[in-house]
Write a protein that binds this ligand. Structure first.
Ligand code: SAM
Length: 290
């Protein structure tokens, strides 16, 4: 049935205000420019998106050093150090810090940052699966999935051997990564807005493919970036090797260079170690070199 006509809707009222809209000549806001690029080639953007969360990790590292090697951690090394967001804080706390990374731009950014804070420029371009330190250190750390960039079991083993060789006997390795839980729910999606000064980045990270047989997770990343002079969208794709808790256990036992002292999750609460079960996703292994 048609709705009854309401005559009052046709009447102009004294309260009505007509606001002129300037002619737009049919123009709409232009879509931001889109670029495909590797986030790691833009250390400033990487650092804003992933660097803001440093405090919980930093506190946790210091607490682990105290708890598992009291009074003995003076020298540290970070494989795949990136922009050095944690190195610089630990350096300022009085620890000797050094690190390596495959990405030259990240290493240059890291050294520049260390220098700005009056610390030696100790980041080098290097492969975390193939490096040797001149002098062994008291602790190594690798907190947020960088280890999963290693594409094969052989590289993962080689990495663990390099780290074990880089540590003094009894030295610690704190290794953080996301495990594949044993249910089938692998879909992940995160959206964040980060701002530093006049730089603003809205990031959207989502798992676009997860191949259990090939042990490969593909992550699609979109960064909507606004600077004082430019607005653009950067797209990147990242590949991460996958690990179940069992695959990690097999890897550790095949290398047999570390003892697992304890495990935590990404809440980084030193009072709350976790027991890894079939649903565990984020984990930090506290390892001690044998
Ligand atoms: C998620 S970022 C982490 C950076 C830093 N550890 C942090 O916590 O901010 C991963 C880093 O691993 C580096 N990377 C990937 N494969 C590597 C390899 N084989 N050896 C050294 N660095 C590597 C990348 O260049 C990138 O800087």
């Amino acid at each position: 049935m048609p709705a009854a006509h309401d005559a009052s809707q046709d009447q102009a009222s004294d309260d009505d205000v007509l606001v002129p809209i300037p002619p737009d000549h049919g123009e709409v806001e232009p879509a931001p420019e889109e670029v495909r690029a590797n986030l790691y080639d833009f250390p400033k953007y990487y650092d804003l998106v992933f660097g803001s969360d440093w405090k919980a990790e930093y506190d946790f590292l210091l607490e682990c050093f105290d708890k598992y090697r009291p009074g003995k951690v003076k020298t540290t090394f970070e494989p795949a150090c990136g922009t050095g967001r944690l190195m610089v804080k630990l350096g300022k706390a009085g620890l000797a810090v050094a690190g390596n990374d495959l990405n030259e731009k990240a290493v240059a950014f890291c050294n520049e940052r260390l220098k700005r804070h009056g610390l030696p420029e100790t980041a080098v371009v290097g492969d975390m699966a193939d490096f040797k330190l001149q002098k062994p250190v008291d602790a190594c750390f690798n907190m947020i999935n960088s280890f999963r960039h290693l594409g094969s079991e052989a590289e993962a083993q080689s990495h663990l051997n390099c780290v074990a060789d880089a540590l003094k006997p009894g030295g610690l390795y704190l290794l953080g990564l996301h495990l594949t839980p044993e249910d089938d729910d692998w879909e992940g999606e995160e959206t964040w807005h980060a701002r530093r000064g006049q730089l603003s980045i809205i990031s959207d990270l989502r798992t676009t493919d997860f191949d259990r047989s090939k042990r490969m997770e593909t992550l699609g990343m979109t960064f909507n970036i606004t600077t004082p002079t430019r607005h653009f969208v950067m797209r990147d794709t990242m590949h991460y090797r996958t690990y179940t808790r069992k695959e990690m256990a097999e890897l550790f036992s095949s290398v047999d260079r570390f003892e697992i002292l304890e495990t935590y999750d990404f809440c980084y609460d030193i009072e709350e170690p976790i027991i890894i079960d079939e649903l565990t996703e984020d984990v930090v292994y506290v390892l001690r070199a044998k």
